[in-house]
Design a protein around this ligand. Sequence first.
Ligand code: PEP
Ligand code: MG
Length: 588
Amino acid sequence: MDQKLVGVPASPGIAVGPVHLLRWEVPEVRHRIIPDDAVGGELQRFRAALEKAKERLSQVRDRVERTAGAQEAAIFDVQRSMLDDVELTGAVEELIRQNLGAEKAFEIVMFEWSQRFARAPHPMLRERVGDLKDVEIRVLTLLLDLPDHDPVDLPKGANAILVTHDLTPSLTVQLDRQAIAGIATDAGTRTSHVAILARSLGLPAIVGLRTATQQLTGRETAILEGSTGLLAINPTHKDIESYRERARQEMVADAELRRLSALESVTTDGVRITLRANVDLPEEAELGATSGAEGVGLMRTEFLVVGRATMPDEEEQYRSYRRVVQSFGAHPVVIRTFDVGGDKLPVGGYPTEPNPFLGWRAIRMCLDQPEMFGVQLRALLRAAVHGDVRIMLPLVVTVDEVRAARALLDQAARDLAARGAAFRHDVPLGVMIETPAAAVACDTFVNDVAFFSIGTNDLVQYTLAVDRGNANLATRFTPLHPAVLKLIRRTIFTAHQHSLEVAVCGEMASQPLMAFALIGLGVRQLSVAPRSVPLVKRIVRSISVEVAEAAAKAAVAVGTAAESEATLRQHLAGALGGDGFFGDGLPG
Ligand code: PEP
Ligand code: MG
């Protein structure tokens, strides 16, 4: 092979295929002054580009409607309507009449509009900044006569490896799984949105490659190994054969793991560990239910909003929640209220605040918009009629937020009662422990909540002050740092003291070594991606709580994440004895 690029393993699986390079970036534009007699021609050129861009958007819209659905496709109507806006096009034409080249004129007006949208008080308007950027790329690409590349241009069966800087909402809804075999991005980490979504879609993915889009030309072939983070460029025949063999081995291992779905999740010393699934898309519910998961430990509802032009109404949300609840029969289904912002789409896809992760997001945004939040709460109370629904609040830092949410929940119940709708009001309300504030002061919540769920992705980010989505910091994102382990231990201790249920639903739970540590810290409920349920069950069935407790105690006592990891590995290797299943591949 010519080259090996190493990134962050984001979604397992092996893909071999041609590289499809997607540079979805605003191109460089030169400042160009045109003579008076060229103004007419320039206006023509601008209008022609607009027409072509609109035509292209209509094609994309139709295609997305066929592959993903009408709601996902509506975003392209919004983008098209921007190009029909006479205020926008008029401003561009005015600048052209003042002798500016069309592309510069368009760029200036788009910049002004983006600034205006970014400052808008309403999140749905701020979200449109991303659409403006998409529209800008399309029109400038045409005006500058650059190669036009939409991911959907790929024919079915192309088996392509999509290499791009990052995935925006509008790109995400266009991903055609029949054409794309794997995803590789410069940006992102294991816990960033693109990685979570790739796992949901079952697409092998590597993120955090940093410079892949600069190093590749799009004429290569590649092997993408999602579980190791390796992207092998222009592999030889022999390389491909050896990776095929690896893929075959992965399939055998998968089959072995699937066999476990019917077995009990119990340690060798007889302690039951409840394994639940993280469901990011309602369509995943059925897969989750067959993975052996005993319910849903985290449904991320914000994915209902990805790539959408409008918020889903109460009926649509109700149907989505009901689908998940019904897939799991009598098992609990923990549904988290919208966690939008930070790196979560739609608003956070394009940070419009100086510090989006410390910004107006999740429960903060929901409490400040009671009407929007009320729609979700009513849909949840209605879905609760069909099973064991539990409601969970994200990014909580103070019990005041829980009380305010409960008041809105009571209001939602009164509204439903007044309407005569069927609903349940006795739905348990819990909180995510994903900020140091919530972990340190978890005792202040105990009288107001029914359960805790530890979101380690954010807890690690906020405790260590390491942006979870920043590829440059990936090696510093260390969940086994003693500070994180101590916060987890404290949360579990407090929950047990007050007989509250406590689970872990962050990515830590799905990595064997860390699941081992969590069990040692006292966790008895883990929630992981559906595909990871059998893997974690295999670890559970291979260890004793006694050994896990000794390992966790030793891991908390050391000074660094590396030492914690080494300690845990040593204990786990001892516990696994000659079991070669995990090989050396025990992820840290
Ligand atoms: C977490 O923060 O650990 C979590 C589970 O939530 P999310 O990854 O959706 O932020
Ligand atoms: Mg979180």
